[in-house]
Design a protein around this ligand. Sequence first.
Ligand code: SAH
Length: 204
Amino acid sequence: MRNKLADVLIAKGIVDTKVLDAIRTVPRHLFMDSSFEGHAYQDKAFPIAADQTISQPYTVAFQTGLLEVEPGHKVLEIGTGSGYQTAILMQLKAKVYTIERQLELFKKTNLFFKKMGYRPKKVIFGDGYKGLPEVAPFDSIIVTAGAPEVPKALLSQLKIGGRLVIPVGIDDQIMTLFIRKSEKEFEKKELGSFRFVPLLEDKN
Ligand code: SAH
């Protein structure tokens, strides 16, 4: 079923062979509630706990490809959710730091990683808007929720040459790639329309 899902993603334009291999390897059904398990290899988003969703495989593959992950890269993920995207990044041998602001999901997914033997570098309960200054700079940062605006902290936590992939917008989002060219310069590319649950800021 995973091979078939990879074929569907190829037909939709995903070409990155390492990303496709990761999709063929990570058991998405285990990241989902048992009531949806039978649908895990459809190219669709599904509800997880706390009114959130596990991203559509096409979206996961598209965003992951834009990160250009190399083994050993230090990657920050905002929005751990089910942990599926985290696992795809780990399959690419990234050192993953992942932040989740919903306590219920943080606890559930953290426990799941331990049970499954998945080892992200760190799973953090907190507000991803702020990034993770104590671990920065990162080779890449992926935001898996729709951001009304681009958090400045995330741009500032990229290495030179580092990449931020973030869906920007309120109802619909434009997938936006930033590449840090120098201390002050960023190249920006807009890469199509997507729909995500919102990135929420903790104002306290
Ligand atoms: N990568 C996840 C996507 C989950 S949906 C997966 O594949 O399952 C997006 C997640 O972002 C939700 O779990 C939501 O709670 C979380 N989120 C929203 N705003 C956030 C913030 N400011 N910091 C960290 N996580 C946030």
